[in-house]
Design a protein around this ligand. Structure first.
Ligand code: ADP
Length: 246
């Protein structure tokens, strides 16, 4: 107990530090980006200078993206949990990613959940960002002509719910899968990935007493299942189901 207290104090101190630092970095980064954009608009620039300016902006944007992700990560919100139907979550998330799927030429399908599916009792915002992370990863991994599918089903007999995101994308090698949940691990090009998506998603899901499971096959695709307890289930049961389900 003592050790875990020390550990959580350390984490709290770390959180404050990270929040303060990210906040302080925001302003100078904003200024760098602003000047870089201003310079890029001048049409008298030599090509080599233009390239350098574009590079300054790209890298500063990358830092800004990381800083935003860190801020989100460190904010200690006490999330409000509310009862929500999975169909409502799917609708809201779908609106946000449909455009990205269309642009990428990837078929994006959401199977409407059965009316018998139990409701969830969750922080809607957090579960939405967890789903968004999983769907964005699926879309990023899937080439034009591929497919991403989102579905939900009840898990017998505990009454939990399984949300499933499947893609026909690149899949992951064993090395990538082993590190995929590490904070800051990314295989995406500069500016596209922070490497925080899966670690944040795991934190959110575990805070809800749920669990995540990844099945992947290089070259064929990936299926991520996100298990959450049904609304009204006693908290102890959540943990047992989560471990049994994994
Ligand atoms: P990011 O998306 O910023 O890279 P994540 O933590 O969400 O960070 O993902 C880490 C890495 O895991 C990704 O860069 C990618 O290599 C791998 N990954 C995650 N989801 C998938 C997927 N559906 N298909 C293939 N690789 C994936």
């Amino acid at each position: 107990l003592r050790e875990s207290l020390v550990q959580s104090e350390k984490m709290a101190a770390m959180g404050t530090l990270v929040a303060g630092l990210s906040h302080e970095l925001n302003n100078p980064l904003g200024i760098i980006i602003g000047y870089a954009q201003g310079l890029a608009r001048r049409n008298t620039l030599e090509d080599s200078v233009r390239g350098a300016v574009a590079s300054i902006e790209r890298q500063a944007q990358r830092c800004a993206q990381l800083v935003r992700a860190l801020l989100d990560f460190s904010r200690k919100k006490v999330p409000i949990r509310e009862r929500v139907a999975v169909a409502v979550l799917f609708e809201r998330v779908t609106e946000l990613v449909r455009g990205q799927a269309n642009r990428a030429g990837v078929s994006f399908e959401v199977l409407p959940p059965s009316p018998e599916l139990p409701e969830l009792e969750v922080s809607v915002q957090e579960i939405e960002s967890a789903l968004l992370n999983l769907i964005t990863n699926a879309l990023d991994a899937t080439p034009s002509g591929g497919a991403v599918q989102v579905s939900a089903q009840p898990v017998a007999p505990g009454g939990g719910v399984e949300l499933v995101v499947t893609d026909t994308g690149s899949g992951m090698s064993e090395e990538v899968l082993l590190r995929a949940f590490d904070p800051f691990f990314t295989t995406k090009p500069v500016g596209q990935g922070t490497g925080l998506g899966l670690s944040i998603t795991r934190n959110i899901v575990e805070a809800h007493g749920g669990a995540l499971d990844v099945k992947t096959s290089p070259g064929a695709g990936t299926t991520v299942r996100l298990w959450l307890p049904a609304a009204g289930a006693p908290p102890q049961a959540h943990r047992m189901e989560a471990t049994a389900w994994k």
